[in-house]
Design a protein around this ligand. Structure first.
Ligand code: ADE
Length: 252
């Protein structure tokens, strides 16, 4: 996976991505990262990349040409026309499936906006995906781009080692991950659930699956719509919901 990031703050991208697991993967050559400073493509005296918006209104807009030239500097030497992800709160909200799917690309370009945004004409010409990381507004696209690249990187074969990967994690099958415990056996008077100490693998698996379902019902019921459950498990969901409703009534 080759990440290319068009940005006004390349050092922010480089510092973030060259750290921890993504940093290790870059050092190993499993990922590559190129942060391109859009300002290097502003061919005017002060390397200015923004201007006022036509029609008036507050704020400045990033101009089309420097963004286009920065894009061309990459697209002119990739094997095929690369996918360009514009990170914007106006995009589709990023999720695990998108991370998994984007991880299959050879090259990905992230375009990070600043100020009030980017001239629409260059977006029309180069952007293939409009993606947001959630319904809130940040000061720029660098953090969202790093969030997405981190999540995509985890899906690239070899980036996570065995200990880090773990097949059963949050969002696998649209369920949240079950709770986990390590030593000591008792901490602040709380004991590790008995079943986990039993060494009985089938029972442990059953308990973990139930806990995943319980946690999803409690914390992210919206995910359940897409979850792949057996009939027996759907009955369990109904039972949990009923229980929760009854508890709610009691506290009223
Ligand atoms: N730029 C500013 N806010 C953003 C968000 N929530 N997602 C993606 N890009 C953004």
């Amino acid at each position: 996976m080759n990440f290319h990031v068009l940005t006004l703050f390349p050092e922010m991208i480089e510092n973030g991505m060259n750290t921890s697991i993504t940093g290790r993967a870059i050092a190993k050559g499993l990922l590559s990262l190129e942060a391109i400073n859009i300002r290097d493509f502003a061919f005017n005296k002060h390397q200015k990349v923004d201007d006022y918006t036509y029609g008036g209104g507050a704020g400045m807009l990033m101009q089309a040409e420097p963004v286009y030239l920065a894009y061309e500097s990459i697209a002119s030497h990739t094997a095929k026309k690369p996918r360009v992800v514009y990170v914007t709160p106006q995009g589709q909200v990023f999720n695990q499936n998108m991370a998994r799917e984007m991880a299959t690309e050879e090259d990905l370009i992230f375009l990070c906006g600043h100020y009030e945004g980017i001239d629409e004409r260059v977006l029309e010409e180069i952007v293939t995906d409009y993606v947001s990381i959630g319904d809130y507004v940040l000061t720029g696209g660098e953090l969202p781009a790093m969030v997405m690249m981190d999540s995509i990187s985890r899906m690239v074969p070899g980036v996570l080692n065995n200990q880090e990967s773990g097949e059963t994690e949050s969002f696998a099958g649209n369920l949240l991950e079950y709770p986990q415990y390590s030593r000591p056996e008792e901490w602040h008077g709380k004991k590790v659930p008995e079943v986990l100490m039993s060494g009985h693998h089938a029972n442990i698996e059953k308990w973990r699956r139930e806990q995943s379902i319980l946690r999803t019902v409690q914390r992210r019921p919206d995910l359940l719509k897409k979850a792949d459950l057996t009939n027996k498990e759907w009955n369990y969901v109904r039972q949990l919901r009923k229980q929760m409703k009854e508890e709610e009534e009691q506290t009223k």
